[in-house]
Design a protein around this ligand. Sequence first.
Ligand code: G16
Length: 541
Amino acid sequence: MTFPKVVTVAKEQYPKSVKKEIKYGTAGFRSNAAELDFVLYRMGLLATLRSQDTGAAIGVMITASHNPVADNGVKLVDPAGEMLAAAWEVHATTLVNAPDDSLDVVLQEIANKAGIDVGKKAMVIVGRDTRPSSEHLRNAAVTGVETAGGQVWDLGIITTPVIHYIVTCHNDGGKYGEPTMEGYYQKISKAFVKLRADGASNGKYEPEILFDGANGVGALAMEEFVGHIGKALNTTRYNKGDGILNHMCGADFVKTQQRWPGGVPEQAGIRCVSVDGDADRIMYSFIDASGKYLMLDGDKIATLVAGYLQELLSASGLKLKLGLVQTAYANGASTEYIQKKLGVPVSCAKTGVKHLHHEAQQYDIGVYFEANGHGTVMFSQAAKDAIRAAAQAKNSSAEKLSGVMDIINETVGDAISDMLFVETVLHARGWSAADWNNAYTDLPNRQMKVTVADRSVITTTDAERVCVTPVGLQDTINKLVSGFSKGRAFVRASGTEDIVRVYAEAPTQEETDKLAVQVACAVHDQAGGTGDRNAILSSFA
Ligand code: G16
């Protein structure tokens, strides 16, 4: 028997406790933490197999990111720091749904299918967020790895972007950077400090921010960065773990509520940066001189950084193809601005970093950002070589591009690295947040959540912009949208929460809210809504 103890350990320590089918979703498995012991054990087993398959270390990150504190989750990180390959998502789903006493057989089938020599060495790098359940779930994952004969490197409490970085650096022999937390902090912060060596203030830019750590691991990471960036950026930190994770604060709260985060004293004129529960998303808030609240989201960040990269590229004379990848959630005004004003090509991908990442690879420099603040920039090897060579030859724009490449964590969306990049661009331009916001005006938009009995009844096509099933729902949406001049709306099943998401845009906030409510009611009526329809109707009353 190839997997001798796998079934016994499962039955004795981590028996399957959930009957319903669960699926490897947008960012792995996510649910209430109490239902995840067996999932984590099994993901430890699978990560070991994947490591044997690739001959490289695999990451296991235990987090439910933006979800409430009672939830938890797990996502696997492939050897080059990318999300788990699609074929292995299928293996993950099969393994998690298998009965306890057939786990050894299912593992063997996966090994046979992939042609894996299960006697080979395996290394699994494990990290976890600050949730109270994460340590216990770590133990389950570690047991899985060890039962399958793998070796564990436990990084303890870390952010999602750090595990992606360390997996990448460990597997490429340190080419991308030193595979340690210190290596990560040093690489990013050194480049940041160097790019503002002439002085931290510039024009209307002031090197000062308020930092909302969402009461999670991002707050801990920021404390480390502060020690490395010194006076280059003054930070006042809030939500450092003294409150409830993601509750009334953090990037998801700011984006969905379009409000200043709780726990941070309102201060006009100072940028406030919010991260999410595992620090892979970022959102800016700002109160301008007239007291108006501005939210600067992933679209605003994408357009800011793509515009800056384009400027440096053209000044450097390098002939590299720059492009931007967004999702259906991107504000229509941002897409128009980047295409028409900046002349940068835009592609639309399905929600989920794995889809955006893949699409961004078609460019020499691919910027990808979700409106929710999840994104980064990727440079092809050819682009890196060309930029570094030009920088060596003292091409000043290429020198800046080269510095920017070191600030960016290419391996995945990274809230703090993204923040330092945004601060670098604002500094270079001498811009205040209001200047940044003035580049284009967002169309009013609204997101809503609808609970249904089975969210898998909603299927979509065309990068999630068109609903295929339930049949007839898209016709209803089209009819509703046609009632608003320049309206837009779509629905999709969330891959991280047990809900259907609704997105609407229209020329005024009042019309947008009306359209969102109408579409949410259509979902409730035609897709088996389980919540209170009247509550949907009175959402913005
Ligand atoms: C994850 C994914 C993101 C996605 C978000 C919401 O973010 O990494 O790409 O946009 O979930 O996904 P969905 O709409 O399918 O629920 P995070 O920050 O929660 O890991």
